[in-house]
Design a protein around this ligand. Structure first.
Ligand code: PMV
Length: 319
């Protein structure tokens, strides 16, 4: 009997270029996959369901079901099995990840996406991207409060997206490729908390904060136009404005502000926090001739990691 083909699935990280937080309130946002960091899952035969995720400090078997029944890794496997009306497979899923956790790069959605594809394969099925997107969103919803759905969408479809909550995503036009540096503050910050804090501000002081959220929506629309015609100086200015508006929503932090200021001083065209904020990553728009200077400045300012990425109509694909 021939042995079954080895199962290996992956999913990329992501960054939000503009529009985080306001996207939760129906405003548009722009996000792109980041293929230089990713989650990989391999599947081996086993006597019982086992999930090993050492990079995420998680390893457990179905024997410990009571303890892990509410864990997102376990829930993802279970929900894919339920989707196909099958029991959870007796396999060992090994999850590795180079995406830092709780830092705005979409670690949670990427783990769910790669694990979902692996579970389907282990059951002899294939999930369409639309099916997987719904299943990943359901897990995001259990663990992140009120997610807009942007993370799962950009990670499952692996394409740059212009996203409006409830309306899905459409690709956006990139008139001329541009370089983004992604710098990590090294401080993990759960998105759930910053999203919850913004919700409280929106509920208790809507007159003050709704205009901020609406202005971010206008900034995103202007950025989409600037990207389409390759006006990078204008895009940089809009990123700066987006960062200031996010600070007003209280989701920046001294570390993020420090890296943003360092990038701008070193010649970045614009810089802002990316994702949930309060820590995690910031992004800087940098012309090719400034890449080294700004990278060095970010390291000197305390970034624990600086990743370059190029945004274009044909996103880089990792081998
Ligand atoms: O997962 P993060 O940290 O990239 O943040 C997601 C973006 C938010 O707009 C803050 C929340 C959401 O659900 O869209």
């Amino acid at each position: 009997m021939s042995s079954p083909a080895k199962i290996h699935t992956t999913a990329p990280g992501k960054i939000i270029l503009l529009g985080e937080h306001s996207v939760v309130y129906g405003q548009p946002a722009l996000a792109v996959p980041v293929t230089s960091v990713r989650v990989s899952v391999t599947v081996e035969p086993a006597e019982r369901l086992t999930i090993e995720a050492r990079d995420l400090a998680q390893t457990f078997t179905a024997d410990e079901r009571e303890a892990y029944v509410n864990h997102p890794l376990f829930q993802m496997v279970r929900s894919v099995a339920a989707f196909f009306d099958r029991p959870e497979p007796n396999r060992c899923f090994s999850v590795t990840s180079t995406i830092p956790v709780a830092s705005g790069l979409g670690s949670g959605a990427a783990v769910s996406a790669a694990l979902g594809r692996a579970t389907a394969a282990a059951l002899g099925h294939i999930l369409t991207d639309d099916q997987l997107n719904h299943l990943v969103y359901d897990i995001e919803r259990i663990h992140h409060g009120t997610p807009s759905g942007i993370d799962n969408t950009v990670i499952v479809y692996q394409k740059p997206v212009y996203f409006i909550r409830g309306q899905g995503a459409v690709p956006f036009e990139v008139g001329a490729p541009f370089h983004i540096l992604i710098a990590d503050t090294g401080r993990a910050a759960p998105t759930r908390e910053s999203v919850g804090d913004v919700r409280r501000l929106m509920e208790t002081q809507p007159d003050r904060y709704r205009p901020v959220v609406e202005r971010i929506g206008q900034v995103v629309e202007a950025a989409r136009r600037a990207i389409a015609i390759g006006h990078h100086a204008e895009l940089g200015a809009l990123m700066d404005e987006n960062h200031a508006l996010l600070s007003t929503l209280t989701v920046s932090s001294p570390e993020l502000d420090h890296l943003v200021a360092a990038a701008r001083r070193a010649g970045a065209l614009g810089a802002k926090l990316s994702g949930g904020g309060r820590g995690g990553n910031m992004i800087a728009l940098v012309s090719p001739d400034h890449l080294t200077t700004v990278t060095d400045a970010l390291h000197e300012a305390g970034a624990v990691r600086v990743l370059p990425t190029v945004i274009s109509n044909t996103p880089e694909v990792n081998p």
